[in-house]
Design a protein around this ligand. Structure first.
Ligand code: SF4
Ligand code: SF4
Ligand code: FES
Length: 525
């Protein structure tokens, strides 16, 4: 261990600690910085993290210095502050200061540093600034403004060290130096939007989020990405009942500080035109909107043991919902006539960083609940020649032609979020809440149960799924007597036989009971 004094405060840190991190511990806030990032190599190029170390003639940068026992460090004295101001002025010499039209405004490192250390009149006339290319599309998701870049090299190091794709580089020298991709190359990897997160200024911005919303208008809610089985911890930024973007939340055990671009785009499905917003019943061969009350009565009329011939749930549903659905299916059809998703559905191409080929967030839960997948052919066979009702919860089995063909003699009840082939084939459609619209547990590929909080309200007449499932169980004389989420989660824990140790292992950060408020909007990464 090394003992050192920082701004008069004595601290002890492990040998080998970076002085930058020790200063953050002692000060309770990070030193000014652009280039340092705890998950990338040290570049030491922005020179902003200046500190004075007693016994050393010159100021030094803390990010590239290792602590020594007995060090006495000053981070806030006049000499340091003047140096930081001068370096900041250098960074701002050619900066366009176009904050009013910059997406980064409100969460910009340059704005933050200027408010802390700047607040002076610049000596540089605007006409003398070096102009560079603006609004260059450099990949499917990212747009580059070269004038705003402070050449911190974070994005370059990310592409070298994390994705190992190396698309970005710094070209030219002196005040002509600029970030860019080589001719014919695009910033096109599964993680390109992480460069937008780590860019401390508005040089790299998201094409999807561009000009959609000023960041200070957004509220943030902690959630779990539903894009694949990895279950990255994310923050949903939303306003006016609309999710505008997903950002990663650091969880060393799951996703570290990153998330993939596939996951970032999952907010689009929440607000797509084919979202189901009201119950529908089939009249004269066409689906027509009906009231929730009428739909519930129709549902209760159809859902009866002996009438339902098969029950199918998709692993896109939450752990609570699948647990309740399994109970319901057991009463209605017994274990032989239920399945958890269509084999092969919800699969894509994965990689060896985070993105899993399994694009469902909760397949692990199906395994725990003994809900096996079924192939479209086997399902068609199980349904063929039977009369009665098919109960489908999520997914889109009728998108498979063999399943669609087997539906003609059946009545189909579809509980789901989108108007796909199964909804079209159904006699009764009940809209259900999508992942961002509910407080729910998800079991990722590691078997880790994680909790996502409700960010926005479900559209139209949609209600919480678990209440509907509890209602149906009660209708069948199997009321699980859960009046709220805490009781429901206790039921899930009992059903899955989670011991205290399991709960501890699977829920390291968040309890079964929703007891944590959503974090305040974050200002910069
Ligand atoms: S584009 Fe952003 S992250 Fe990349 S070097 Fe410039 S300022 Fe740094
Ligand atoms: S890796 Fe999977 S869970 Fe993580 S952000 Fe991507 S799609 Fe979402
Ligand atoms: S943060 Fe230390 S030099 Fe950039």
């Amino acid at each position: 261990m090394a003992k050192l004094t920082i701004d008069g405060k004595e601290i002890e840190v492990p040998d080998g600690t970076r002085l930058f991190d020790a200063c953050e511990t002692a000060r309770g806030e990070a030193l000014p910085h652009f280039c340092y990032h705890p998950d990338l190599s040290v570049a030491g190029v922005c020179r902003l993290c200046q500190v004075e170390i007693e016994g050393m003639p010159k100021l030094t940068i803390a990010c590239n210095t290792t602590v020594r026992d007995g060090m006495v460090v000053h981070t806030r004295n006049e000499r340091v502050t003047t140096a930081v101001q001068q370096i900041l002025e250098m960074h701002l010499i050619n900066h366009p200061v176009d904050c009013p039209i910059c997406d980064q405004a409100g969460e910009c490192g340059l704005q933050d540093q200027y408010m802390s250390f700047g607040l002076y009149e610049s000596e540089v006339a605007e006409a003398d600034k070096v102009n560079k290319a603006k609004a260059q599309v450099i990949g499917p998701h990212v747009i580059l403004d070269k004038e705003r870049c402070v050449l911190c090299s974070r994005c370059v190091r990310f592409c070298q060290e994390v994705t190992k794709t190396g698309e970005l580089g710094i070209y030219n020298r002196g005040d002509r130096a600029e970030i860019g991709v080589a001719p014919g190359v695009e910033l096109d990897n599964n993680y390109s939007l992480n460069t937008v997160d780590i860019c401390p200024v508005g040089a790299l911005t998201s094409r999807d989020f561009r000009f959609q919303k000023r960041v200070w208008m957004l509220r943030s809610t902690s959630s779990i990405c539903n894009g694949c089985a990895t279950g990255c911890n994310v923050r949903l930024d939303h306003e006016g009942n609309r999710v505008f973007r997903l950002k990663p939340r650091h969880n060393e055990a799951v996703n570290g500080p990153w998330m993939c671009d596939v996951g970032r785009m999952t907010h689009k499905d929440l607000h797509s035109e084919d979202r189901l917003e009201a119950p529908l019943t089939k009249k004269d061969g066409a689906l027509a909107e009906t009231s929730w009350q009428d739909a519930r009565e129709a549902l209760k009329g159809l859902i009866k043991p002996g009438k339902v011939v098969y029950a199918l749930a998709d692993p896109g549903q939450s752990l609570e919902e699948l647990t309740l659905f399994r109970r319901l299916a057991k009463v209605l059809v017994g274990e032989a006539q239920m399945a958890g998703g269509i084999a092969g559905e919800g699969r894509g191409e994965g990689d060896d960083i985070l993105l899993d080929a399994d694009r469902r967030p909760n397949r692990q839960a199906l395994e725990w609940l003994d809900l096996a997948e079924i192939s479209p052919t086997d399902l068609a066979e199980a349904l063929g020649g039977t009369k009665g009702t098919l109960l489908v919860y999520g997914g889109d089995p009728a998108a498979h032609p063999e399943v669609a063909a087997a539906l003609s003699r059946l009545q189909v009840i579809y509980l789901g979020t989108h108007r796909g082939a199964t909804a079209e084939a159904a006699d009764l459609v009940i809209p259900t809440a999508a992942w961002a619209e509910k407080d729910a547990l998800w079991a990722n590929r590691q078997g880790r149960i994680q909790r996502g909080q409700r960010a926005v309200a479900a559209p139209g007449q949609t209600r919480e799924d678990w209440r509907l499932l509890v209602d149906l169980l009660a209708h069948l004389g199997q009321d699980p007597e859960v009046g709220g989420l805490p009781a429901l989660r206790r039921l899930v824990a009992a059903e899955l036989e989670l011991t205290d140790e399991d709960v501890l292992n699977r829920l390291p950060a968040e309890g079964l009971v929703p007891d944590r408020p959503a974090p305040a909007p974050a200002g910069g990464e």
